[in-house]
Design a protein around this ligand. Structure first.
Ligand code: AVJ
Length: 314
């Protein structure tokens, strides 16, 4: 962590712990250990999201690239290892360019180098940036002369945003795509609790370790005094907001000392660490109201667990 990152993490942690109810921003779940644990979550048998998203890509790649048209410029937000985009690039007719926007320089360089080996003809760009922050015009100057700009946002990362944040983000994606562009966005679907809760509370305890890693970070990175073992991972469904919430629940009365401040927890008190909003196709369409976007087409995986929408300017 740079001194700036450290300062921001400390400020966010202090503000979050002082909030009522207490919360910590989910982005801090993803340090090196957290990102590795997230990969492990994706491999658990309960976490259907990654497999469903991949199956959707494999089943519908042809139709998706058909809807986009030839000579497209794909712009991926938070590209990570770049596995899903391969399925689309392979199916695409004459893809012209691919731009990855990714916060981790190492992940970006590795993924783009591998992609360039597989697609030697493709024009490939990388932008090291936090895509949740406004991105300057650089990305638009990368457009090849023809074809459609496609803003690609798979994986249902939109689930982390509240409805208000999601709308704001969709407006910005719409601006990025431009009036003739499109947005391909992955959205996890509402489903029965019997399926949902285990996906966020797997039997092997990988998700628990992922959530508790945040307390480890408070201790290791910020010097907090706390007993990790005084907290337990919990996945709850918030019916009203249609979202899974991850919490760290105090198993007994305990406290966290951070930067000279004392935060007391009674048994049962919780720190809210992440949201995962679920949408039906109808509730996602309603979310788009007032964003200037509409659903052109929707695909789902063969088991009907996950969706991908092609959004256009309305
Ligand atoms: C990365 C936001 C799609 O909400 O399913 C998975 C994050 N957290 N298990 C999700 C997550 C715990 C994941 N997203």
């Amino acid at each position: 962590m740079t001194p700036d990152d450290h300062k921001r993490f400390l400020q966010d942690a202090l503000a979050g712990l002082a909030a009522d109810p207490p919360e910590l921003p989910c982005k801090y779940l993803y340090d090196e250990r957290g990102s590795a644990l997230f990969e492990d979550i994706c491999a658990t048998h309960e976490y259907y999201v990654t497999r469903a998203d991949l199956a959707l890509h494999q089943t519908h790649a042809r139709e998706i690239v058909e809807a986009i048209g030839p000579e497209a410029h794909f712009i991926e937000l938070g590209s990570g290892a770049g596995i899903k985009i391969r399925t689309l690039l392979q199916a695409a007719r004459n893809p012209r360019a691919y731009t990855a926007i990714e916060i981790s320089r190492d992940a970006l360089d590795q993924a783009n180098a591998a992609l360039q080996r597989q697609f030697p003809e493709l024009e490939i760009h990388g932008l090291v940036a936090d895509y949740t922050q406004p991105i300057d015009g650089e990305v638009f100057r990368l457009d090849p002369p023809a074809g459609r700009r496609v803003v690609y946002f798979p994986g249902s990362t939109i689930s982390n945003f509240t409805h208000a944040q999601a709308r704001e983000f969709l407006v910005r994606m719409g601006r990025m795509a431009g009036p003739d562009g499109c947005i391909l966005i992955g959205v996890d679907l509402v489903k029965p609790l019997e399926r949902l809760i285990p996906a966020y509370d797997d039997a092997a305890g990988v998700t628990a370790a992922f959530n508790l890693n945040l307390l480890r970070r408070l201790h290791n990175d910020l010097g907090a005094r706390l007993e990790i073992d005084d907290f337990a991972h919990e996945a709850r469904y918030n019916e009203r907001e249609q979202r899974i919430e991850m919490h760290l629940v105090a198993k007994r009365d305990t406290a966290i000392e951070l930067d000279g401040r004392h935060f007391a927890f009674r048994r049962g008190d919780s720190i809210h660490t992440e949201n995962s909003h679920k949408y039906s196709i109808a509730s996602f369409a309603a979310l788009l109201d007032g964003t200037g976007l509409r659903i052109e087409r929707t695909w789902t995986d063969p088991d009907g667990l996950f969706s991908m929408h092609d959004l256009r300017a309305d």
